[in-house]
Design a protein around this ligand. Structure first.
Ligand SMILES: C[S@@+](CC[C@H](N)C(=O)[O-])C[C@H]1O[C@@H](n2cnc3c(N)ncnc32)[C@H](O)[C@@H]1O
Length: 416
């Protein structure tokens, strides 16, 4: 008879559909933005901002789009680039500031500076459409952060440290202007740049050279991301417009999506503050430490020789499992760990897959089940130790854990 633990592991946890709280003032402000971008020289465009039930605000197609179509063409004067910032009133402070600011920091300060001008800013219509706050981790309380998957905690720390370090750096510059830089205001601007900028490479004499490759793109930044979307974004030097070309078909009234990159949910959460159900890019990393622990626990023989082989063949780093099971690297790791001394002499063929020993296959399956079950138990424990989510932040945390659980459950099923 199958025991309680087995039943617990098979338990189905259902991911709740996340519906982002909608800010209704956004709808009115979008209308002004559409008119403003036309006034600023945007050619007639075939997109209109709308609130969609699944994603919140996004862009709706006003006509059909086919692969190869340019969905939006934004004139250069509507981009907020390094030059826009450096040629503005605060440009003088930024240029003379040492150590140099990053472009991300400079753009964030520019947004704050323009926001302070109120309706006198030429960017006023744009600033009105930037959400008032974000659902990124900086807005999470300590208690909410604790609910995140353990394996995400380190990246969260790095992310928050960077935000705080950028704040301290910019605070000094604001101080030079005799002003106090409020953290909440800075955080808003920092995330606006982080989640809404497009790739645009420039030379930055007065800014940190690294990552000098972004610009803010009003209106265009209302496009949401989908893992199914294929799109290309680039500056067209002939017509001097920043353009996005789609590789998909969209019918009139569909939401038009672009791709922000092949991001897993951890990356989407950290950088953009949202996650996607059934994200095909999501993986559960199996670290070197987990493999060492397993080998130690199972008293794997000839451990140092095996580790050397795995290291030499670059098999120990970035192993993962996903909804398609353990990846090929991890499969080879388990196989090498499962060899006896004689079989190990054929490690090359085992890695290449040209030699397969039945005992090795069986032992490697056993090891993989131990490791995956251990990770599954850890995840289950974390889920079961938490109270049910009561707000959007907690739902995100919960769904991230449930996604890990699903990956581990599927990988286990595929191994048996
Ligand atoms: C470049 S903006 C896109 C426009 C944004 N929805 C808005 O209303 O301003 C990026 C942000 O949109 C949201 N977003 C993008 N794609 C999404 C999706 N598929 N589902 C939910 N939110 C999404 C996230 O909050 C992300 O930080």
């Amino acid at each position: 008879m199958k025991g309680r633990t087995w039943r617990k592991r098979q338990q189905k946890f259902v991911t709740k559909e996340l519906v982002k709280p909608i800010d209704h003032t956004e709808i009115e402000e979008n209308k002004h933005l559409g008119k403003w971008v036309k006034k600023m020289g945007t050619k007639k465009h075939r997109l209109q901002s709308r609130i969609f039930p699944e994603t919140g605000r996004g862009m709706m197609a006003l006509s059909n789009f086919s692969p190869g179509d340019v969905i939006i063409s934004l004139p250069f004067n509507l981009l907020i680039t390094a030059d826009t910032v450096l040629n503005s009133t605060i440009g003088h402070y930024i240029k003379s500031y040492n150590p140099k600011l990053s472009l991300h920091q400079a753009l964030a300060l520019f947004l704050l500076f323009e926001k302070n001008k109120g309706e006198d800013s030429i960017w006023w219509n744009y600033l009105q459409t930037i959400p008032k706050s974000f659902t990124t981790v900086g807005y999470f309380s300590q208690e909410e952060c604790v609910r995140l998957p353990e394996r995400l905690q380190n990246s969260v720390q790095i992310h928050i440290t960077k935000l705080r370090k950028d704040y301290r750096h910019c605070q000094k510059l604001w101080f030079m202007r005799g002003l106090y830089l409020n953290f909440e205001a800075f955080q808003w601007a920092w995330y606006a740049v982080n989640s809404r900028s497009v790739y645009y490479k420039t030379t930055c004499d007065h800014l940190e050279e690294e990552e000098c490759n972004m610009a803010l793109a009003p209106f265009l930044d209302l496009l949401n991301h989908s893992t199914e979307a294929k799109s290309e974004a680039k500056f067209n030097t002939i017509n001097q417009c920043y353009e996005i070309t789609t590789g998909n078909i969209f019918r009139k009234y569909d939401q038009v999506f672009i791709s922000y990159g092949p991001h897993d949910n951890h990356k989407l959460f950290l950088e953009y503050g949202f996650i996607l159900p059934n994200n095909p890019n999501s993986v559960y990393p199996i670290t070197q430490e987990m493999i060492f622990e397993l080998a130690n626990q199972e008293k794997v023989k000839h451990f140092s020789q095996k580790i050397q082989i795995l290291k030499d063949n670059n098999l120990l780093k970035e192993s993962t499992c996903s909804n398609e099971g353990v990846d090929w690297k991890l499969d080879k790791v388990f196989k090498i760990l499962s060899c006896n001394w004689t079989q190990l002499q054929n490690w090359k063929q085992i890695i290449l897959g040209t030699v397969l020993y039945l005992e090795v296959v069986q032992e490697s399956r056993r090891l993989s089940l131990i490791l995956l079950n251990k990770e599954l138990d850890k995840t289950l424990q974390q889920i079961q130790s938490q109270k049910p989510p009561i707000n959007y932040h907690e739902e995100i945390c919960n769904n991230l854990l449930l996604e890990d659980l699903k990956i581990l459950q599927t990988s286990l099923k595929l191994q048996v």
